[in-house]
Design a protein around this ligand. Structure first.
Ligand code: SF4
Ligand code: SF3
Length: 543
């Protein structure tokens, strides 16, 4: 058996993981994930061929989102969970196919497998490399990675009760298109941009879901030190899981701390009601190996990013839920009403010591669109008087590579009359630096999680309107985005679909871009990589 995966920024040698993932994914998991995507392509083809209304396919829509989410980098390492999901999707597929003529369908819509061995044997012929032409492969995969990010955001919104069958219909269209050998490079470039358009819709849906349920994020100081109580650390992106955990820990003497991408939960008015919502512990996902040791208490992963734990002791303290999973870690399922029972985690927390302090002080965030619009007059005035010369969108992901020190240096070296707009875990590279403020406006404005990049797009569109500009690219705004996993891919495609040009992407360009596809992105959208910090700053400031 062997594997091939090049979906994330840390892919081996920048070209593809072939033996074992740099993320820790083994070949069995990688191949099962390929097969899971393949069966979802088959389902998509069937949905397109059937006279069905996607609105009526609730369970199918949900499980397709779940399948895509499971395969996101660092979400699910559990072979058994992925095998179970493949079986579930095969059952859904076969039921849905009904009396369609198998001869009119692709293999993805008809193949059969019985055992895990069958699955693994089948997987080796349906993965990324099954597409021989490297440009077609590059575009198909870029679209699929965008769909994975879109599915994650759509599933979060769904969990809050906001659904959008148009998004599901597009996911079927795009997944089925990846089976269609008649599509040209131009067709797939067009589909890539359409993926970005739906990415905007998915982020808008999640924004609407989050803000209607939890209120609009507001400027908030978040404690990064610790209290004396035993505690639970919650990681990932799912706010419904957080809400349930806070409800169940209320009055128990157990505190709840956020980790990594859960930090922005502190910005929502709703979560401020909980006295035991203590603060944020640690940094971006990749530092968790050390930070989980000193945290002492149990950890709940609601989504990515899991790093394989290095000791059995830590593994026993990790719980997963939703699309995440790790072998040997307890997975918590919802009941028929969507309620999750976290009592085992709470009981464990009570038996363990309180977290050890690794930092102290506060960080400020909560600058999603509503809060920034409330400051609009001040911001516009600062731009008009020249107090703010330029905004830098530095949203995206953080990662392990040493070369990401670039972003810390970049933030430090930016002229003092510039403001950073950020979202996603990329912010941990500079959100604890004291970069000061401009007339009371902090120089780092954190909108929230990676999906809240949507807020940054809204802010840019608002500024365009205020300054009466024709083109978003005429704003004093530069994009220097850090990427790692597939949610950043959908954020990037969303920005492209909104007409944003000259985005710099780092620390390396995606390994899944073939030279020709990279050329299209460079020539049509001005996409560029990163270089030396000071030269890049000069370049950005000159444009
Ligand atoms: Fe490699 Fe990234 Fe795929 Fe993991 S997700 S196997 S690190 S390319
Ligand atoms: Fe980070 Fe994993 Fe992408 Fe939501 S938590 S941004 S990497």
């Amino acid at each position: 058996m062997s594997m091939f995966c090049y979906q994330c920024q840390e892919t081996a040698k920048g070209t593809g993981c072939t033996v074992r993932g740099v993320c820790g994914k083994n070949e069995e998991v990688a191949n099962l994930q390929d097969l899971l995507i393949y069966v979802n392509k088959g389902i998509s083809e069937i949905v397109l061929k059937k006279p069905v209304d996607v609105k009526d396919l609730d369970e199918v829509n949900y499980q397709v989102l779940n399948s895509l989410f499971i395969t996101i980098t660092n979400a699910n390492f559990d072979e058994k969970a992925i095998e179970d999901q493949i079986r579930k999707m095969l059952e859904i597929r076969d039921q849905l196919r009904g009396d369609l003529d198998p001869a009119s369908l692709h293999d993805a819509a008809t193949f059969t497998v019985e055992s895990r061995e069958d699955m693994l044997a089948k997987a080796t012929s349906v993965g990324v490399l099954a597409t021989e032409n490297q440009d077609i492969r590059s575009l198909r995969e870029m679209i699929i990675y965008g769909l994975k990010g879109m599915a994650a955001y759509t599933k979060h919104a769904w969990n809050i009760g906001k659904k959008n069958s148009e998004i599901s219909a597009f996911i079927y269209e795009a997944l089925a298109a990846s089976l269609d050998d008649s599509l040209s490079v131009d067709d797939l470039v067009a589909l890539t941009l359409k993926t970005g358009e739906y990415g905007v819709k998915a982020m808008a849906l999640l924004d609407e879901a989050n803000t209607s349920k939890y209120g609009h994020p507001e400027m908030t100081e978040v404690n990064i030190g610790v209290r004396k109580n035993p505690a639970i650390l919650i990681s990932g992106h799912d706010l419904v899981d957080l809400e349930q955990l806070l409800e169940q820990t209320k009055g128990t003497g157990v505190d709840v701390y956020t980790h990594s991408e859960m930090l922005p939960a502190h910005y929502y008015p709703k979560f401020k009601e909980y006295d035991n919502f203590a603060g944020n512990y640690g940094n971006a996902w990749w530092k968790q190996l050390e930070e989980f040791e000193s945290f002492n208490g149990p950890i709940l992963f609601t989504t990515n990013c899991i790093v394989p734990p290095r000791s059995e002791e830590i593994r026993q303290r990790i719980f997963t839920t939703g699309s995440s999973g790790y072998p040997g870690c307890k997975h918590i399922l919802p009941d028929e009403n969507g309620k999750k029972d976290f009592s085992e985690i709470i009981a464990m927390a009570k038996e363990l010591p309180a977290p050890e302090e690794i930092e102290h002080g506060t960080i400020v965030g909560g600058f999603a669109h509503n809060q920034v619009m409330a400051l609009a007059d001040k911001i516009v005035e600062a731009v008009k008087t020249g107090a703010i010369k330029k905004f830098f969108v530095m949203a995206g992901c953080d990662g392990r590579m040493k070369s990401r020190d670039y972003y810390t240096e970049f933030a430090k070296n930016l002229p003092k009359d510039t403001v950073i707009l950020t979202a996603g875990c990329a912010k941990y590279r500079y959100n604890k630096l004291d970069l000061g403020d401009i007339g009371g406006i902090p120089r780092v404005l954190d909108a929230g999680q990676c999906n809240d990049s949507y807020s940054l797009a809204l802010i840019a569109l608002k500024l365009k309107e205020v300054f009466e500009l024709e083109d978003i690219n005429d704003l004093p705004l530069a994009f220097n985005i850090a990427w790692y996993e597939q949610k950043a891919v959908i954020v990037l495609l969303a920005l492209l679909s909104l007409g944003v040009k000259n985005i710099h992407l780092g620390p390396t360009l995606p390994g899944f871009l073939s030279p020709n596809v990279a050329k299209v992105l460079v020539e049509n959208f001005g996409i560029a990589g990163i270089g030396e910090v000071d030269q890049d700053i000069d370049l950005f400031m000159a444009n």
